[in-house]
Structure formats: structure tokens, C-alpha cells
Design a protein around this ligand. Structure first.
Ligand code: FEO
Length: 177
């Protein structure tokens, strides 16, 4: 059994994860149109990951006799000024998600809800990784700069970030198997 307050807070988190999924999908589409295939593939992968984050909470709510609400999702932006802006926005959104996860952890302590606290440990770890990933990509983009072939080199780097994210995901799935 879960409190009404916690159920509401987890449903809010569902909507944040769902928005992240659509947001990153819109970014992937823009990158694709701009010819940055590596960045597009990376963002497609992240979009799917965010949906999985949402679904984990969905299933958790069902497990604890809560009601998972399918969220309506605001229209994300469809165009961006630059690849740097894309990853600045990813980083900002990840920080917002981290803030929200921390708020959820705070509610767990307030309500002595140790089941949910335990469930949220995975998200605490995931947010540390995702914030770090977004910041590292941003640093790399800034390092490469805006010279003639910078977009080509940034896109090549994105293939490496995608490979690393896929490897981390596969390792986690192996651990859980
Ligand atoms: Fe699920 Fe990247 O926050």
C-alpha cells in the first residue's frame, strides 16, 4: 500500500520521464535533419531509456496497489539553435529530474516509506550517471569548438558516447538477468 501523497509524487515523476522521452526524440529528429546521424542515434537511445524509466515507476505503482496515471505530454520544442544548445537542454532537464528524484527520497523519509526508498535507489544512481554523461558531452562539444569540421568531429564523438551508453545498459541487464 502506498500513500496518496507518494502516489501523486510518483505520478509526477512518470510525467517528467515521459516528457524527457519525447523531448529527446524531438532532439533526435532535429539532429537527423541537420545530418548529425551519431547525435540522432544517441538521442534515440536516450529517448527509449527515458520511456523505460517511466515504465519502471508504472510497474512499481501497480505492485504497491497504486494507480499509475498515463500522462498527457506537452509539445516539446522541435528546432534548436545548435548541437551545443541541444545538450545544454539535456543537461538542464537531467538536473530537473535529479531534483525531483531527491524530492521523492525526501517524501520517503517523511512517510517512513522504505519500500519506495529502496525502489528509488536505482534512480539516484541513474541520475548521477545521466547528469555526468550530459556534462561530459557538453564539455566535449565545447572543446571541439565551432571550426569548419567541428560538427563532423562532434558527431563522431557521439558514436562513442552511444557505444558507452549501450555497453552500460547491457552490463546492467546482465546483472539483472
Ligand atoms: Fe530518466 Fe534521464 O531521467
Amino acid at each position: 500500500m502506498i500513500s496518496e501523497n507518494m502516489e501523486k509524487a510518483l505520478n509526477h515523476q512518470i510525467s517528467l520521464e515521459a516528457y524527457a522521452s519525447q523531448y529527446y526524440l524531438a532532439m533526435a529528429s532535429w539532429c537527423d535533419r541537420e545530418g548529425m546521424e551519431g547525435a540522432a542515434q544517441f538521442l534515440h537511445f536516450q529517448s527509449i531509456e527515458e520511456r523505460e524509466h517511466m515504465m519502471r515507476i508504472f510497474h512499481y505503482l501497480s505492485e504497491v496497489d497504486g494507480f499509475a496515471i498515463t500522462p498527457s505530454i506537452p509539445q516539446p520544442p522541435l528546432t534548436f539553435k545548435s548541437i551545443q544548445e541541444v545538450f545544454e537542454l539535456v543537461y538542464e532537464h537531467e538536473k530537473k529530474v535529479t531534483h525531483s528524484i531527491n524530492d521523492l527520497v525526501g517524501i520517503c523519509y517523511k512517510e517512513n516509506d522504505y519500500n519506495t526508498l529502496n525502489f528509488l535507489q536505482w534512480y539516484v544512481e541513474e541520475q548521477r550517471e545521466e547528469e555526468n554523461q550530459a556534462r561530459t558531452i557538453l564539455d566535449k562539444i565545447k572543446l571541439i569548438g565551432t571550426g569548419d569540421q567541428s560538427l563532423y568531429f562532434i558527431d563522431k564523438e557521439m558514436n562513442k558516447f552511444l557505444a558507452a551508453a549501450q555497453a552500460a545498459d547491457a552490463a546492467e541487464n546482465d546483472t539483472n538477468a
